[in-house]
Ligand binder design. Structure first.
Ligand SMILES: Nc1ncnc2c1ncn2[C@@H]1O[C@H](COP(=O)(O)OP(=O)(O)OP(=O)(O)O)[C@@H](O)[C@H]1O
Ligand SMILES: [Mg+2]
Length: 257
């Protein structure tokens, strides 16, 4: 469904230098698949999501969705950014329904659906609050509801739970899995957390630091529905260990020193 084909992204620096953020990245994502992307800070994870979302163009290679090259934002793709990006003057409910209204897709049931999502995200009673009256984690949950209300076929999430405390993070992970089971959507989920990636994903793509390349793709064969009890299982531990080994790999000389 999503074909990332030999994608490279180079940024021109202000001093005339350039940063090769991504190099020769190829990933094929199936409809309805849950793919997690992990890698060190600065390895190009957000850049890759922005390319899939059509918010930036690759400098080499191509991103195709069902065979069509992505050239701009698409109505069937929704993104949750690394930092919540809410409209400061609009209350929670209007923030959540905003893209639907913008796309002329809002109908009689839209507001009820938004309220239901907010309730599932633990935000019932906050519908008329402004973003500045919410904590960072609550704002991020509003941004997640905003993306889910669109019932996207492709959901791009950039460290969506980064601002949440550990408990809320676990709750939101399981809620996301439930929603994903109910809705046929492909999810591309960027995270720093190896255990979060293994818990959620069908496959985990491991990226190397600059330039960002795919160093491994780990199939996660744990049964679904998943829960945190599975973290103790040998299959979970093996997958997490394999990913960790890539991320913390050091040049041999450094290890010997
Ligand atoms: N608009 C831009 N202009 C110039 N350089 C950029 C731009 N966006 C990203 N970069 C560079 O590209 C590289 C990858 O950045 P990116 O934000 O994709 O990393 P990341 O993996 O999401 O990191 P983190 O985990 O910290 O969010 C970095 O070296 C960054 O400095
Ligand atoms: Mg990022």
């Amino acid at each position: 469904m999503i074909a990332i084909e030999g994608v490279g992204k180079r940024f021109a620096g202000r001093d005339g230098g350039a940063v090769q953020a991504l190099e020769d990245v190829s990933i094929a994502i199936r409809p309805g698949e849950f793919v997690a992307i992990v890698g060190a800070s600065g390895c190009g994870k957000s850049t890759l999501l922005r390319l899939i979302a059509g918010l930036a163009m690759p400098t080499s290679g191509a991103v195709r969705i069902e065979g069509t090259a992505v050239t701009g934002a698409r109505t069937d793709t929704a993104m949750v950014f690394q930092a919540p990006t809410l409209l400061p003057w609009a209350d929670v409910l209007r923030n959540v329904t905003f893209p639907m209204r913008l796309m002329h897709r809002a109908g009689p049931g839209t507001e009820d659906a938004a309220r239901a999502l907010l309730a599932r995200a633990g935000l019932a009673g906050f519908e008329t609050r402004l973003p500045r009256e919410l904590s960072g984690g609550m704002q991020q949950r509003v941004a997640i509801c905003r993306a889910l209300l669109q019932q996207p076929r492709i959901l791009l999430m950039d460290e969506p739970f980064g601002a949440l405390d550990a408990l809320t993070r676990e709750e939101m992970s399981l809620e996301l899995l439930r929603l994903w089971t109910e809705t046929p959507m492909a999810v591309v989920f960027v995270t720093h957390s190896i255990s979060e990636a293994v818990l959620l994903a069908d496959r985990v793509v491991v990226m190397s630091p600059r330039p960002g390349r795919v160093v491994d793709v780990v199939e996660i064969d744990l049964p679904r529905p998943r829960d945190f009890a599975q973290e103790a299982s040998p299959a979970f531990q093996a997958a997490a260990q394999r990913i960790r080994a890539h991320i913390f790999r050091r040049p041999a000389a450094k290890l010997a020193a």
